[in-house]
Design a protein around this ligand. Sequence first.
Ligand SMILES: Nc1nc2c(ncn2[C@@H]2O[C@H](COP(=O)(O)OP(=O)(O)OP(=O)(O)O)[C@@H](O)[C@H]2O)c(=O)[nH]1
Ligand SMILES: [Mg+2]
Length: 277
Amino acid sequence: MLETKNQLKSSISKVDAILEILDARLPAASANPFVNKLGQDKAWLKVLNKADLADPATTMDWLEYFRTDQNTSATAICGTQAGQATKALNECVSQIRRNKARKAKVMVVGIPNTGKSTILNTLAGKKVAKTGNVPAVTRHQQRTSLKNNIDIYDTPGILWPVIEPKERALTLAASGAISDTAIDYYEIAFFAGQLLLERYPEKLLERYTFLDRRPQDASDLIDAIGKARGCLKKGGVINYQKASELMIRDLRSGKIGQISFETPKDIESTNDTSQNN
Ligand SMILES: Nc1nc2c(ncn2[C@@H]2O[C@H](COP(=O)(O)OP(=O)(O)OP(=O)(O)O)[C@@H](O)[C@H]2O)c(=O)[nH]1
Ligand SMILES: [Mg+2]
């Protein structure tokens, strides 16, 4: 971990610009606090990727929050869309003060599974980096030369050793940024289920048509999914692990709809609470 951090610190010092790839569904929880402290003198663009999976209205609120409250450049994209990825890269490169004859060096950073390598492939117009829907696919830094005199560097996603508070760890786990073996599936599904019931109950009813009413709580929801989808153990007992996996898979793939796990208001209320304590 320390080695990765030191490597990153030294790599960042050698580039002109940073594309910080966040998950649009969780732009605060997916921001690495360590990365934010590095390279403050660099051109910097926050990219809210996977915007196709996030609630569009909440993404607009996040962009407003970053641009206005944080005075930071930010954009939202779907990393597989060439037009959107190129626009983000150009926005980032345009911030660099350089002699145009010199190559611009841009580094893509972020936590695991936010879509860094996908964006790189989209920008390159061919598969130059391995991608996958599990964390820690990229193992080494990799340079790719793009058009317009730009060199882009893909990096392995990094997390920090202790993720606190627990809610943040669960948000990251629900999105797929933390390995599925790190936290109990039922706990992730329970957390995600509560969030869905509070914020997107209508989407749940649309996806799970077998629900004839809004479930009382997340355990009621997981129970209903287990029964309807035949996640049963011997003797007809519900297999909660399987039912949880099923729900999380639906959530991650967007089958429940465009879902944002957090809003700027959540951050403001967390800040207010910590200031009052
Ligand atoms: N729906 C959607 N999926 C995306 C988008 N960008 C990437 N993905 C998917 O997200 C998963 C992770 O993508 P990667 O590009 O491997 O992520 P990474 O940030 O390089 O991950 P590490 O190398 O593990 O740090 C893959 O299944 C991609 O297909 C996007 O904009 N929308
Ligand atoms: Mg990668």
